[in-house]
Design a protein around this ligand. Structure first.
Ligand code: PAF
Length: 282
């Protein structure tokens, strides 16, 4: 596995591979890798001959400077995991490499549709402009045939698909299922910050989602949400930001059970750590 830090080296390394007709998959990450990321690498290996994983804690998508500062960066461990997984390239640029004028903001404003401003977009203003800005830069640098994203960031996937469509980019977006701990907690780089008590309380999130999934046909929407919210709110140290049953295309709450793409999404602060999770209902 080759570890690369500059755009120039990345492009010169990938050029001969592209010219010889090999398919390239990109797995964009912010590091602190776990089994969820490894499942993206494994899926990428099925779809392409060359797998590039990027590790870059992207400052423009953080709305809270403290969150950016405390984001875990276990780089040596990440490199070891990627090497063992058979990844071909890891791209780990500096902030200056990706944003030469940093901290001066670069102009980037893309219409991602109304869904940009709800759920995560409401709690983290500008977050998806930052996400799409870096993902666009990574696409431009790697020119992947396919890029891999996890369903855990459901709204992020929708925003990236909207960007690809808005800019007419020639890249396939592959979405991989959420990988969970044995007790149901969705794997996340942020779980590292959970204390033992937080870790137990955090289970209320996945339990509430599984409750909605299991009782979706039986109960009406308001009853489902009321009961599931109660499961979360009764948990000490858990502060619910939202729990919704939404149209997966627009992220608007559904009012009837007729839509084909329905998803239950949750976000909550558990202790000092903000977690998100979701379950696709149908
Ligand atoms: O999902 C993430 O880890 C990040 O949002 C991404 C897609 C790597 C962009 O920084």
């Amino acid at each position: 596995m080759k570890v690369i830090a500059t755009l120039a080296e990345l492009q010169s390394s990938l050029k001969p591979l592209k010219t010889s007709g090999l398919k390239i998959a990109l797995v964009p990450t912010m590091g602190a890798l776990h089994q969820g990321h490894l499942s993206l690498i494994a899926e990428a290996q099925k779809l392409a001959e060359v797998v590039v994983c990027s590790i870059f804690v992207n400052p423009t998508q953080f709305t809270d400077p403290k969150d950016l500062e405390k984001y875990p960066r276990p780089l040596e461990h990440d490199i070891k995991m990627l090497n063992e997984a058979g990844c071909n390239f890891v791209f780990m640029p500096s902030v200056k490499e990706m944003y030469p004028g940093y901290p001066k903001p670069e102009s980037w404003k893309i219409d991602l549709g109304e869904a940009e401003f709800v759920l995560e977009g409401e709690f983290r203003k500008g977050h998806y402009q930052g996400v799409t800005q870096i993902v666009y830069k990574l696409f431009d640098a790697v020119k992947p045939d396919v890029a891999m994203f996890g369903q855990k960031d459901f709204q992020q996937v929708l925003m990236i698909k909207n960007m690809v469509e808005a800019l007419g980019l020639d890249v396939q977006i592959a979405v991989c299922p959420i990988i969970r701990e044995a007790d149901g907690l969705a794997m996340s780089s942020r779980n590292i910050h959970l204390s033992q008590a937080d870790r137990e309380h955090a289970l209320a999130l996945s339990k509430a989602l599984f409750y909605i999934e299991a009782n979706y046909k039986r109960l009406d929407l308001s009853q489902l949400l009321e009961n599931a919210k109660a499961m979360i709110n009764q948990m000490p140290g858990v502060e619910l930001d939202y729990l919704t049953i939404a149209n997966g295309d627009t992220l608007r709450p559904i009012t009837e059970k007729t839509h084909q793409n329905t998803v239950a999404l949750v976000a909550a602060k558990v202790g000092q750590t903000r977690l998100i999770d979701n379950v696709i209902i149908k």
